[in-house]
Design a binder for this molecule. Structure first.
Ligand SMILES: [Fe+2]
Length: 231
């Protein structure tokens, strides 16, 4: 940890390919970029679940007082997932405390920002884009559900839950499948978003769910590679 360094930590918690990224800004030096993939640290392909193995090396390199944190999960809001886990396993957060990982959990650190799934994709593209301005198209099997977004999230305000979407179909909530962003330097602005959902016709009968191009890709992958995630 050097004098004047600032740390920016992004976390992909719980879902497939759990991982974390550490950006280090030091005066007069190029931006430091380090990626911590749980699968590389545990030697288990596509490792998911708790992110601790990827957070421990970051803990030793950063000063929480000079760090900013952001998180997402393919499975939903990490804070909600962690609260459910703690309800089921009361010692869950004791373990986090014992490992000294409090700054990485919103239970202890209210300053952790939630960044929605498609926005994460767009920001990652903007970070490495060679262009000053571009259009970014994100197409996914499923991004975050409408319920994961903060109520005042600009994307949800601009592109609200479709009025005819059912709240829940089985385990499936209306969720992102396609978003369009305009990149201008490091900034990205969402200019279009489509939700995938099941709706009702005028007589209240369920209509087939909207099908995303990402799901079509996943189905093709399932037939070719025997898994929707391995293409
Ligand atoms: Fe994705």
């Amino acid at each position: 940890m050097g004098r004047g360094e600032r740390y920016f930590i992004g976390m992909n918690k719980w879902g497939h390919d759990a991982s974390a990224c550490l950006l280090t800004r030091s005066p007069g030096r190029p931006l430091g970029i380090e990626i911590f993939l749980k699968e590389r640290l545990t030697r288990k392909k596509k490792a998911k679940g708790p992110l601790e193995p990827a957070l421990l090396p970051i803990r030793g390199k950063t000063d929480p007082a000079r760090s900013a944190y952001a998180e997402n999960s393919y499975l939903g809001r990490p804070d909600a997932i962690e609260a459910r886990l703690a309800a089921r396993h009361p010692s869950y957060f004791d373990q986090v405390r014992e490992l000294g990982l409090e700054p990485f959990y919103s239970r202890f650190n209210r300053d952790i920002g939630f960044v929605s799934h498609h926005r994460c994709h767009a920001l990652a593209v903007a970070a490495i884009s060679p262009y000053r301005k571009s259009l970014v198209l994100v197409i996914d099997g499923a991004g975050n559900s409408v319920d994961d977004f903060d109520d005042d999230d600009g994307e949800l305000v601009e592109f609200p839950r479709p009025a005819n979407a059912r709240a829940r179909v089985g385990k499936f909530m209306p969720s992102e499948w396609c978003s369009v962003y305009l990149q201008d330097g490091p900034r990205v602005t969402c200019v279009a978003k489509e939700w995938q959902y099941e709706s009702l016709d005028e007589r209240g009968r369920p209509l087939p769910p909207t099908i995303s191009l990402g799901n079509l890709f996943a189905e093709a992958s399932r037939h070719i590679f025997n898994s929707p995630m391995d293409a």
